[in-house]
Ligand binder design. Structure first.
Ligand code: UT7
Length: 320
């Protein structure tokens, strides 16, 4: 039987126009530009306009990724959207995006693994592409976390932003593409990072709650372990990787992981300062930025990773 590989053939991203600076936040909560920059590396974040939804952001990122891959809607057989901030409880944001893209065939569904959603999505989508029957898949990470933040809680509201990023994964008989992916979860830590509402429990959307310093410690250890496992599964060493595209939660987490794995900081893509934490959108957003500014090039070996609520975490490595 012919072996099929899943190649990343395009990427795209979109950020809402409105930029919210640290300085602006000091007018509403007891914080400072110095504290936010020193503890997180964040300087600003983008915030969706009134009425601008997760699917609105996702559609533009998807269109840009399809254009990048030289494809149109008729080529796309599968849409997977990683999000924790869907437009509606149902239908899925993926089916809303499918409709907006004018796609009338194939399948679309949402996947929820909070900040690790894009890595989970890559793991699942790659397997569906490799199984056959999908020519091209759109994998989108799109979030409007601004809608679930408690804007009076300085320990969380300064950390997040809105945005979307997308990959096109294409089936090919050429060896390469996604080399390995690894996902994990451990539900015992749910109270360290969660949203205190939901349709079944409270019939409300709820607000994000986090014990940040405890999440931080788990993040560094678990991300580093996932990256080692992922490299091991792909039969490569961490040194073989050209670029690392981490989930953009905190510059200190990026530095901590790089130090643990002896990775040169010059190989780590960081958009924390400009985008803050956009949850499932952060990895494809950062990747797309580094491709478009010419740092990540075709043929490079790229490792992506994330950690988030659940806890969930994981890593994937691919030849671009
Ligand atoms: O994407 C999902 C995964 N999420 C993460 O990975 C987030 C992980 N956690 C973090 O990034 C960091 O833990 C934070 C940035 C959230 C917090 O930084 P920290 O260095 O761990 O600070 P802390 O929580 O230990 O708080 C230190 C102090 C506290 O004051 P006291 O108790 O020492 O008096 C906080 O109340 O900083 C205070 N503080 C703030 N001060 C000014 C907390 N938030 C703020 C703020 N401005 N915005």
């Amino acid at each position: 039987m012919t072996k099929i590989y899943a190649h990343i053939t395009g990427s795209g991203s979109y950020l809402p126009k409105r930029v919210l600076s640290n300085q602006e936040l000091t007018r509403t909560v007891a914080t400072s530009d110095e504290w936010i920059k020193e503890r997180t590396g964040i300087a600003q974040r983008h915030i969706a306009a009134d009425g601008e939804t997760t699917s609105d952001l996702g559609v533009i990122a998807a269109q840009r990724a399809m254009k990048d891959a030289g494809l149109t809607g008729s080529d796309i057989d599968l849409i997977v959207v990683a999000t924790s901030t869907p437009d509606y409880t149902f239908p899925s944001t993926a089916t809303l995006i499918q409709e907006r893209l004018g796609i009338r065939h194939g399948a679309a569904f949402d996947l929820q693994a909070v900040c690790s959603g894009f890595i989970y999505g890559l793991h699942v989508t790659e397997k569906l592409v490799r199984a056959g029957g999908v020519r091209h898949a759109l994998l989108i990470g799109a979030e409007t976390f601004s809608r679930i933040l408690d804007w009076e809680d300085r320990t969380t509201c300064v950390l997040f932003g809105d945005g979307a990023g997308a990959f096109v994964l294409s089936a090919s008989e050429d060896e390469g593409g996604v080399l390995s992916s690894f996902i994990r979860s451990d539900g015992q830590y749910r109270e360290l990072l969660y949203v205190d509402g939901g349709p079944s429990k409270t019939q409300t959307v709820g607000h994000l709650r986090m014990i940040g310093n405890q999440v931080f410690k788990h993040a560094v250890t678990d991300i580093a372990a996932a990256m080692r496992q992922c490299a091991n599964d792909a039969n490569i060493s961490i040194d073989d990787v050209d670029w690392f595209v981490p989930h953009q939660a905190n510059q200190r987490i990026l530095n901590g992981v790089a130090k643990k794995l002896k990775i040169s900081p010059g190989k780590v893509i960081s958009t924390v300062a400009e985008h803050a934490n956009t949850s499932a959108a952060s990895v494809p957003l950062a990747f797309d930025y580094a491709v478009k500014d010419g740092r990540i090039k075709r043929g490079d070996k790229v490792m992506v990773e994330a950690f988030g609520g659940g806890f969930t975490w994981g890593a994937a490595v691919f030849d671009f």
